[in-house]
Design a protein around this ligand. Structure first.
Ligand code: NAD
Ligand code: IPM
Ligand code: MN
Length: 342
């Protein structure tokens, strides 16, 4: 029986995770759960460590993990996110961050032109390198002469494997996004790996955009994209943009994946939303669609499809939270999706 580790986390994390778990429970599948309730900012504040080596070992023994959100104003500016979320991504080598964006309902698009609303793309974000490696330092910290350095790391292995994953995920087209006109070394490496990998895939439409123009094109015509592959930072930013074009940040799902081991850390794209935490207003759809991504990869693709259909039905009937124009709270919105499943 597949064992899923659950990390509800902070803020709205536990609220949306509760709805994702209720939905999974209701499917009556052969899944069991190991809930790590203590991996949160409170534990970090109390002990200085929110994710212990033992926790990591438990997660490694499981078949996948579901995470709510990590983040709390009380630990802003500390190593908290690094020690939990980034540690999981790095130590489990979850190098492909797969973030699909498909328009949930026409009324949710912020675009005026109906012909350009139907975004249906995936952002494949490199997830273990770039600006996130914590290599750098500060000279004369705290002084007015301070120099702060964060190194952007790209390796041949890291870039080529995420490009390979993106090409393997695509059926139509892949666009590689970089900033090689301004970032000479990493830019050259991304360009070289891209050239080498695409030579073997004449069946796909392949293209390249600089990240500034990619952001503009995502807004002017999101239907132009199928798969976008890019580095860690650009993928972070473009995936929030794509999420908003698809219906809203609260609806966006993701998996941090190691395609070789098959291990995935499934989480909504949004954060802990402290501005609405505890008010029963958070949209549970990002967490629920992340659970659907999990179902797909642990051998239940039919159930994953049914969950997606149920989400679409609930949204179409405006049985959803206020960010999507509805009047339901988090719990009631989760319940509406479960009801649409039956
Ligand atoms: P955020 O995604 O938490 O919130 C941005 C805005 O979107 C807020 O106005 C919030 O209310 C709204 N929002 C987000 N999720 C929503 C939902 N499900 N339903 C309705 N509205 C929703 O981003 P932020 O405010 O920049 O970050 C808050 C904290 O979360 C920070 O500590 C940040 O580091 C962390 N964070 C964590 C993750 C993660 O765990 N993967 C991702 C992003 C941010
Ligand atoms: C995300 C988040 C994280 C990131 C933060 C919380 C470190 O924004 O998962 O998109 O930048 O990767
Ligand atoms: Mn982000």
């Amino acid at each position: 029986m597949p064992l899923i580790t659950v990390i509800p986390g902070d803020g709205i994390g536990p609220e949306v995770t509760e709805q994702a778990l209720a939905l999974l429970d209701g499917l009556g599948l052969d899944l069991s759960f190991d809930v790590l309730d203590h991996v949160n900012a409170g534990t970090f504040l109390a002990t200085g460590c929110a994710l212990s080596d033992d926790d990591l070992a438990r997660i490694r023994r499981s078949d996948g993990a579901l995470l709510g959100a990590i983040g709390d104003a009380r630990v802003a500016g500390t190593r908290y996110a690094r020690d939990v979320l980034l540690r999981l991504r790095f130590e489990l080598d979850l190098y492909a961050n797969y973030r699909p964006a498909q328009l949930l309902h026409d009324r949710l698009s912020p675009l005026r032109d109906p012909d350009r609303r139907a975004i249906d793309c995936v952002i494949v974000r490199e997830n273990t390198e770039g600006l996130y490696t914590d290599i750098g330092g500060a000279l004369r910290p705290g002084s007015t002469a301070e120099v702060a350095i964060d190194t952007e790391v790209s390796t041949h292995l890291g870039v080529s494997r995420v490009i390979d994953f993106a090409l393997a995920s695509a059926t139509r087209a892949v666009c590689m996004v970089d900033k090689s006109n301004a970032v000479p070394n990493g830019g050259r490496l991304w360009q070289q790996c891209w050239l080498d990998a695409t030579a073997a895939r004449p069946d796909l439409a392949t293209s390249h955009l600089y990240v500034d123009v990619a952001a503009m094109r995502l807004l002017s015509d999101p239907t132009a994209f199928d798969v976008i592959v890019t580095n860690n930072s650009y993928g972070d930013i473009l995936s929030d943009l794509a999420a908003e074009l698809a219906g809203g940040l609260g609806t966006s799902a993701s998996v941090n994946l190691n395609p070789q081991t098959g291990f995935g850390l499934y989480e909504p794209v949004h954060g802990s939303a402290p501005d609405i935490a505890g008010t029963d207003t958070a949209n549970p759809i990002g967490a629920i669609l992340s659970a659907a991504l999990l179902l797909e990869r642990v051998g239940h693709p039919a159930e994953a499809a049914a969950v997606r259909t149920a989400v679409r039905m609930a949204v179409a009937e405006v049985r959803c939270t206020a960010d999507l124009g509805g009047r339901l709270g988090t719990k009631a919105a989760g319940e509406a999706i479960r009801a649409a499943l039956h």
